[in-house]
Each structure stands twice: as C-alpha cells, then as structure tokens.
Design a protein around this ligand. Structure first.
Ligand code: ADP
Ligand code: LRH
Length: 474
C-alpha cells in the first residue's frame, strides 16, 4: 500500500487530495477544496498565487494531521501561465498574470510578423490561441525581463516553493507554443525568432520526475516528513487524460471543466495542413503520447453567468436547464466570450445577431450554452475522426462537467456516440497514479486499468430521434 498527495489547481477551484493505492485500486480523499479565479486590479487580471500557496499549505497540514505515512506529493494546474523570478527566487512583475488578461491583444499577430504562422505551427503543433504563453511573453515589459533570472510555469513554481528545484515539466511546457515535440525541448528557433531570453527557460523534465524532498521550511509549516516531491503530468488536462478509463481503440475524451478539451490520444504528434486548417493542438501526454485535441470555450460561460447571478448551486441550475426546451445554438468559441464580462448579455447578443430567439430566463441562458457546447463538441469529434482516420465510437467525459447529465445526454445526441461519464476527479487520479508509477509502485501502462477498477461510471446513449451534427469548427 502507498499514499500520495495530489494538488490540483483548476481555473475555478483547487483541491489537495490524499490517494491510497492498494491491491490495484486507488481511493481518493479530498482533504481541502478552495475556490480559484482571476483578481482584477487597474485593468489587469492576475491569479492570487500566494493565496493558492496558503491553501496548499493548509491542505498539506491536514494531510500531516491524518498521521498516515505519505510517500510523495505533486502539483498540476491549468496551462500556459507562468511566473518570472528574480535572482533570489522572488516573484516579479506583480505575480502571475491570468491568461484572460487583455495584455495579449495583438501579440499573436506580432509573432506572425516575426516568425510566420505556418512555421510556429510546424515547430509546435499547438493550436493558435491568443493567450498562449508565447504571446504573453511578447507582452512582457522589457525592463522586467532584463532583471528576471528564470521563468516557471504555475505547477513548476509550486514545486520550486515545495522543494527548491526549478525545472519545467514537459506536458505543461508543450502548452506554451514554444516547445518543439520533434526535439523534445524548447524550440531554439522560436525563442530566437521571437526575441525571447533563452536563458530564462529552465530544463524540461518528463512527467513522473522525482524532484527531491520537501524543504525544511515546508516540513516545518505543514508537519509533513519524508515526502518526495514528484512532478506528475503538471498540465491538468494531461493528468486528466492519463486517467481516462478507456481501453482498446475508438475512443475520444472530453476533459470538461472551465474548458472543454475534446481530443484523442495519438502515438506521435499529428502536424499537417489539415490539423493546421482545423487549428488542432498537439500537447505532450504521459508516456510519450500526444493529446490531439481542440480547446472549446467550456463551462467558463456558465461560471461567468453564475458569478453575475450570485448562483453557487450548479446541480440545481442544471436541473432547471434540463426542464426548458432546446433553443438557440451559438458559437462558444467566439472571442467575445473569452474575457470576464457580462456573459448573459453576450450570449443574448450572440443569439440576437444570428437571428435566433434570445434566452430570457437563467435556465434558458444555460440551456443555450449547453446546447452550443454539445454542437461544438460533436463537430470537433467529426474533425478528429477525419484527421486521425480512426473511427470514434465512445466518448469519455471526465472532470467537474461530467456531473452534468443534461450535457452528457446532449453530447451523445449531437454526436451520435456513446458517452461514458466519470471520473469527476480524473485530474487528481492521473496526478496520483503518475507519482506512484514514478516510484515504481505501478507500471506506467496500468494507470487506466487502476482507474477502471476504482471508479463508478455512467453511460449515456444517443436517443433514437437525435440527428448527429457534422458541421465544421474553426
Ligand atoms: P476546473 O478544473 O477547470 O476549474 P472542474 O473540472 O472543477 O473545472 O469543473 C468545474 C465545473 O463543473 C463547473 O463550472 C460546473 O459547471 C461543474 N460542476 C461543479 N459541480 C457540479 C455539480 N454538483 N453538478 C453539476 N456540475 C457541477
Ligand atoms: C484547462 C487548461 C486547458 C488550457 C487552459 C488554459 O484547465 O489547462 O488545457 O488550454 O487551461
């Protein structure tokens, strides 16, 4: 039997969990859960990374209080964001900027002038999104860059604070659009071409790298002893996909949370004219795999409505949305939905501008969002099938959004495929099991079998009357 701690920082919430691996099964206990989100000040949007650190320390303290012997701990988080550190390891530039911060406006176009769009894609295989790390870097203040010593992605920063080792883990590095999967390292050509300070980019290590013991300071703050820090798949989507309870060929996944990440797993990157045309991404996965996927705007749209409405009970809201009929279908990937704003008004305007009925009540607004996400997901599945040449018959939905029965059913109907929902905490499970594999307690290839044995799943079949969607996505 072994015990491990996973720290999962999602864009909407974080958790610290204790996982116990025994007889080929994993049981996961969430010790501490806390909210997360952007903090706006003077037109800028940051993450409260020190607040997150405080919550992490609290969670680790609760872990120590269980009195159970714990072998290791690892952190994963949302992608693309990073901290700049000074020579003494101090946080620079006001902390960690949020990827939805307006500073990236126009930066992608600047990058295309410097390097060229096709070359960026050919070297990285990463979907063009305005907030990718590459474009955030272009918005940095040159003065700050001159005095910076190193740059760490969010989970790497937490690992640095936990054990003092400053490296970048590969799965999250791949989301920067500065990582070249062909060479397995930062793309020297892109860093030079974009004029970025190469010396700030740390060594890249694969998921499942043992970094070292907790620092004496963290041991004193938490009461934990003898715990190794292990970099899991630090990109949350990579950890989630590692724990998709699938077997055999013919399946796709949706990591359903703030974003809907819809994809397949491939043995190697698929970078060609078709994937470029469809703006598909090739992110690094566990065990040398690639996540060929599409980012879709996701439940952020509902989260933002809820923030506006002061609603916190998602289950009740989705139950109400299930009682109203389907209405308009809009494009959730319209850039108008990206930044924190009046989401309800944006959804209503998008319906109006496309000549569709405007949703009036809260459940109607949510219904438009879910119907639209389901259509976009179905279109993405169609493209993935076309590009990979692999038929997809089953769609595994994992993450917080897998609890939304209405959305699972809508996806089954819109795609004409079987949907299997769960686990809700796939990211935690992937994180924990990659740690166990790193310590030799599990074969890396057995991770999905352990998840299959350990969780309850729900199946949603397409209804006989549904008509699957085959439209294009951009
Ligand atoms: P992230 O890691 O991106 O922050 P999660 O995987 O935690 O996101 O998923 C968060 C989403 O899960 C919420 O936006 C909400 O739509 C959905 N959700 C959370 N709790 C429930 C629930 N009890 N019932 C249905 N859906 C829920
Ligand atoms: C989901 C996620 C996704 C990224 C986004 C920025 O949490 O990691 O994979 O594209 O955050």
């Amino acid at each position: 039997m072994s015990r491990h701690l996973a720290i999962d920082l999602g864009a909407s919430s974080g958790r610290v969990a204790l996982g116990t691996l025994e007889d080929g099964r994993l049981s996961t206990r969430i010790l501490h859960r806390f909210p997360n989100g952007g903090v706006q000040v003077q037109g800028r949007l940051y993450w409260d990374v020190l607040g997150l650190w405080r919550e992490v320390l609290h969670g680790l303290k609760l872990a120590a209080e269980t009195g159970e012997p714990i072998s290791s701990v690892g952190v994963n988080s949302w992608a693309v964001d990073y901290a700049l550190l000074g020579a003494q390891g101090d946080l620079m530039g006001g902390g960690v900027r949020h990827y939805r911060d307006p500073r990236t406006a126009g930066q992608m176009e600047r990058a295309f002038e410097k390097v060229g769009r096709d070359e960026i894609y050919a070297r990285t295989g990463i979907q063009f999104l305005p907030f990718n790390t590459a474009y955030q870097w272009l918005a940095e203040d040159p003065q700050t860059l001159r005095s910076a010593h190193t740059a760490l992605m969010v989970p790497d920063l937490l690992h640095f604070w936990l054990c003092g080792v400053a490296v970048t883990e590969q799965t999250n590095a791949s989301t920067t659009q500065l990582y070249d999967p062909g060479v397995g390292d930062w793309s020297a050509a892109l860093l030079h071409g974009l004029g970025l300070p190469t010396q700030l980019f740390p060594k890249i290590v694969p998921p499942g790298t043992v970094l070292g013991p907790l620092s004496p300071e963290v041991e004193a703050l938490t009461g934990l002893r003898g715990v190794q820090v292990i970099a899991p798949a630090t990109h949350d989507t990579a950890s989630a996909v590692a724990a998709v309870p699938a077997s055999g060929p013919g399946w796709a996944y949706i990591s359903s949370g703030t974003w809907s990440l819809v994809g397949t797993e491939t043995a190697r990157p698929v970078i060609n004219a078709d994937t470029l045309r469809h703006n598909l991404t090739n992110e690094a996965g566990v065990g040398g795999t690639t996540r060929l996927l599409k980012n879709i705007m996701g439940l952020w749209m509902v989260q933002e409505c809820c923030r506006l409405w002061g609603v916190t009970d998602y289950a009740a809201l989705y139950a109400e949305a299930a009682r109203v009929p389907s209405g308009a279908v809009i494009d959730p990937d319209d850039a108008r939905f990206l930044a924190p704003f009046d989401m309800q008004a944006q959804v209503q305007a998008a319906c109006r501008e496309t000549g569709q009925a405007e949703p009036a009540t809260r459940p109607e607004v949510v219904r438009v969002i879910l119907d639209s996400l389901a259509h976009k997901v179905a279109a993405a599945l169609h493209i993935l099938e076309e590009v990979s040449g692999q038929a997809i018959h089953t769609v595994h939905v994992v993450g917080g959004g897998s609890q939304i029965a209405l959305l699972n059913g809508l996806i089954a109907d819109a795609s004409g495929r079987t949907v299997i929902a769960g686990p809700v905490e796939a990211t935690l499970e992937g994180n924990l099991l990659v740690q166990a594999a790193a310590l030799g307690l599990l074969e890396a290839g057995q991770v999905r079998e352990v998840v299959q044995r350990s969780v309850d799943l729900k199946t949603f079949l397409p209804s006989a009357l549904s008509s699957p969607v085959h439209s294009e996505v951009s």
